[in-house]
Design a protein around this ligand. Structure first.
Ligand code: GLY
Length: 382
């Protein structure tokens, strides 16, 4: 099989990178145990445990679960459990929660429940799933993204491509409760995303505004990318990974086809930049802004696509995933003991937060390397 051939050809890279990940993370797991990091300042993890509503707060604990599952090192488990505990503050005011509860809890409490069987973790994940389901708008068949306003505009009726990654918690809730309401919502949202976000060439709209009364699409916004009509690369990677996850959960071929369509667009757009994704695939040539996180997320999705397609289709997906990960490791990873983060050169959005370490970069980079080592533990899948 092409998949296995590529893995064995790249075994040295995979094993050496994993060793470096484990060496570094086993130190930071202890050092940053009481924090929920987002980035680093002067090499030291910052701490967002005081703001439990932040959409990125699940990644540190999620990363710890990936490492624990692969190594059995109890230090990782202790930090993951501590992270879960710190996140409980969010349940004191659920009105402040938003659609990113999948990112926040499924890879943290969902993973915890799978690995420890703790009913308290199951309960946390169910609260998150029910919160997400409650954001469903029947008119238009979509999940509302945020609350209030965004850059001064009322965002009632807005959907964002990122939400494809929040759907796995709904598929999980349906299986856990034997109740397909959650899956119906997830599939309605995925179908809306195909209709309103994914363009014919596999590029996509980051934000779509729907008429809150009728559900009709009325506008698209540039969001975190360069401009309206451009393609924010992390948005593309959320779509790529999100659709293959929806396919694995539902076996609906249209989700596989959409994941492949986005993958082809993504791969063709990194080929000319040495497999290091630019922040936006349709930005002007200058300035050159990269987003390493888009590469790590896309690599995870490409590996999953390669595992789903017949043997003769596997090559472009697994080859691109490995090229991206090698490029990230060579150019953008820091193995320096004095720097708590690993993947550098992430970017929040085209206009802000350029070239910095961001916690989900480390999370997806580790998830991808763990997959290549043969781990079947995918926190988004169960
Ligand atoms: N989900 C927001 C982002 O990717 O920055």
């Amino acid at each position: 099989m092409f998949y296995e051939k590529y893995i064995s050809k790249n075994k040295t890279f995979i094993d050496e990178t994993w060793k470096k990940l484990d060496e570094k993370l086993s130190r930071t797991a202890v050092k940053s145990r009481d924090k929920i990091p987002y980035t680093t300042k002067d090499g030291v993890h910052d701490d967002h445990s005081g703001n439990p509503f932040m959409w990125t707060n699940g990644f540190w604990g999620g990363l710890m679960w990936i490492m624990y599952e692969a190594t059995g090192n109890e230090e990782y488990k202790k930090t993951a459990l501590r992270s879960e505990e710190l996140m409980d503050k969010a349940f004191a005011d659920v009105s402040k929660l938003h659609h990113d509860v999948g990112f926040m809890w499924h890879i943290l409490s969902g993973a915890s429940y799978r690995l420890t069987g703790d009913p308290a973790s199951r309960n946390r994940n169910l609260i998150a799933a029910m919160t997400l389901a409650s954001r469903y708008k029947e008119n238009g068949g979509y999940i509302r993204a945020w609350n209030g306003t965004w850059f001064g505009r009322d965002n009632d009726g807005w959907t964002i491509i990122d939400c494809m990654m929040n759907l796995p918690i709904l598929y999980w809730a349906s299986k856990e409760l034997g109740d397909d309401r959650f899956t119906q919502i997830a599939m309605a949202h995925a179908d809306m995303t195909i209709r309103d976000h994914v363009r014919d060439d596999g590029s996509m709209n980051h934000i779509v505004a729907h008429d809150p009364a009728t559900g009709e699409m009325i506008d698209t916004l540039g969001g975190q990318g360069y401009a309206v009509g451009s393609t924010w690369s992390r948005g593309a990677s959320w779509g790529l990974y999100g659709f293959i996850l929806s396919y694995i959960h539902t076996t609906e071929k249209r989700y596989l086809d959409t994941a492949k369509q986005i993958a082809h667009y993504f791969i063709s757009n990194v080929a000319d930049t040495d497999y290091l994704p630019l922040v936006d695939f349709r930005a002007p040539e200058e300035p050159v802004y990269y987003d390493s996180t888009a590469g790590a997320i896309a690599a995870c999705g490409l590996i999953e696509i390669a595992k789903q397609v017949p043997e003769h289709e596997q090559r472009p997906y697994i080859a691109a995933a490995i090229k991206i990960l090698k490029a990230l490791e060579e150019k953008f990873c820091s193995w320096d003991e004095n720097e708590d983060s690993i993947l550098q050169m992430g970017t929040e959005m085209y206009t802000r937060g350029i070239h910095k370490p961001i916690i989900y970069g480390d999370y997806f980079f580790a998830e991808a390397i763990a997959k290549l080592r043969g781990s079947e533990f995918n926190p988004w899948l169960k």
